[in-house]
Write a protein that binds this ligand. Structure first.
Ligand SMILES: Cc1ncc(COP(=O)(O)O)c(C=O)c1O
Length: 387
């Protein structure tokens, strides 16, 4: 079967000498990213200080617009930051935790950084309610919805759960949260770039993610979407001079927040990483996330079938509409098997409780999936003997 997405393989040098199945952790670097980094160095070295007004200053928003195209946000609605942890902290710092409505409802399988930040917010008056998973894969939605009440200020959920790639129903969660008068922050790190989504249609109040994984943008470029009609009401305590209405007035004293999304920025942006990140976003947008998703559903199913044929338990949802881009396979001595696979240039990872995580992306060939399962079989058989 011909696969038009494979024409992108030559754009990703690491695919030449590895079996690259780790885009849930670090997407492959596009060839053109090197040119972008050279462009950054050229501009700095030839334009000097003029670079700020010639583009650098606005990059947190102009690069954010590229993310906006992928996640359904409008122009100017996404700002770039260093990572999700910072974005979550900015959002928590916008809210008043001192009143009766002070609950954060979250899920036990949320990314740990998010949970750490929620618990740190307890010092400001927040009460954290975390709905546990019963199977290590999903979070019971009815229990999550039932935990949201009139005292809930923020519902903080992953769109796709990082450990199991389970897709949560953001629409239903947002509907319930809004009925109860609560706000929703969605961590879309594991969905943006592999599952079509539209933050405006979903109605979430905040969305955050980063570029390291499916977006092939490298580290240092996290993003924050905030629903436009909320902007005037939100004044982050985690702030800085770039968020001021007139930053170059260098006014001392209290901040007067910018009217636009600059109000969510703080200090000097991470310009080189914003240069690096753009190529990945452009490629993902050009391919179209719906095409990436169609291929991902086919290849994740293929992996499940291959793993089951080999007798390996699969810790990922069987229902394709609940399954993101990663398949977790639980083999005996999973950590050691993973180390051996890495030595053999099969790039993937291991998470305790989940197993070996394998993620095909748009550049993956079917035969690479066959070969990784064969390789696991060849390692498990002898390792098994020494248990
Ligand atoms: C769902 C999710 N959120 C957040 C992160 C990372 O957060 P940060 O950008 O703060 O490193 C990851 C992965 O590293 C993730 O899978």
């Amino acid at each position: 079967m011909s696969d038009p997405l494979l024409r992108w393989r030559s754009e990703f040098p690491v695919l030449e000498n590895t079996v690259y199945l780790i885009s849930h952790s670090l997407g492959a670097m596009p060839r053109r990213t090197r040119d972008r980094l050279n462009e950054y160095a050229d501009i700095w070295s030839t334009r000097g200080i003029r670079a700020w007004e010639e583009g650098w200053w606005n990059m947190p928003v102009t690069v954010g617009n590229l993310i906006g195209q992928i996640i359904g946000a409008g122009p100017g609605e996404v700002t770039m930051h260093q990572n999700v942890s910072i974005c979550q902290s900015i959002v928590a710092s916008c809210l008043d935790w001192s009143g009766k409505r002070n609950k954060i409802v979250s899920e036990g399988l949320n990314f740990p950084s998010n949970l750490y930040i929620h618990h740190q917010t307890e010092a400001l008056g927040a009460r954290v309610v975390t709905v546990p998973s019963e199977d290590g894969i999903s979070v019971p939605q009815e229990k999550l919805l039932a935990a949201i009440d009139e005292e809930t200020l923020l519902v903080s959920v992953s769109h796709i759960i990082f450990k199991s790639a389970y897709i949560q129903d953001l629409r239903a969660i947002t509907r319930r949260a809004h009925e109860a008068g609560a706000l929703v922050i969605a961590d879309i790190y594991q969905s943006a770039g592999t599952l079509p989504l539209n933050v405006r249609e979903l109605g979430v109040d905040f969305a955050t993610g980063g570029s390291v994984k499916w977006l092939c943008g490298g580290p240092g470029a996290g993003y924050l979407y905030v629903r436009r009609d909320l902007w005037p009401k939100l004044e982050p305590k985690l702030t800085g001079w770039m968020a001021h209405k007139k930053p170059f007035a260098f006014d001392p004293g209290q901040i007067d927040f910018a009217d636009d999304a600059f109000r969510f920025l703080n200090g000097t942006p991470n310009v080189p990483d914003l240069y690096a990140a753009r190529s990945g976003y452009e490629i993902i947008h050009e391919i179209g996330v719906e095409h990436i998703r169609a291929k991902s559903m086919r290849q994740t199913q293929m992996l499940i079938d291959l793993a089951e044929e080999a007798g390996f338990p699969v810790n990922s949802p069987r229902n394709p509409s609940e399954r993101g881009g990663t398949i977790s396979i639980n083999v005996p001595n999973g950590y050691e098997v993973t180390q051996e696979l890495l030595r053999r240039d099969f790039l993937l990872d291991y998470r305790p409780g989940a197993g070996i995580r394998i993620a095909p992306h748009f550049y993956t060939q079917d035969q690479e999936l066959e070969s990784v399962i064969r390789e696991i079989q060849s390692i498990v058989a002898p390792v098994g003997r020494f248990r």
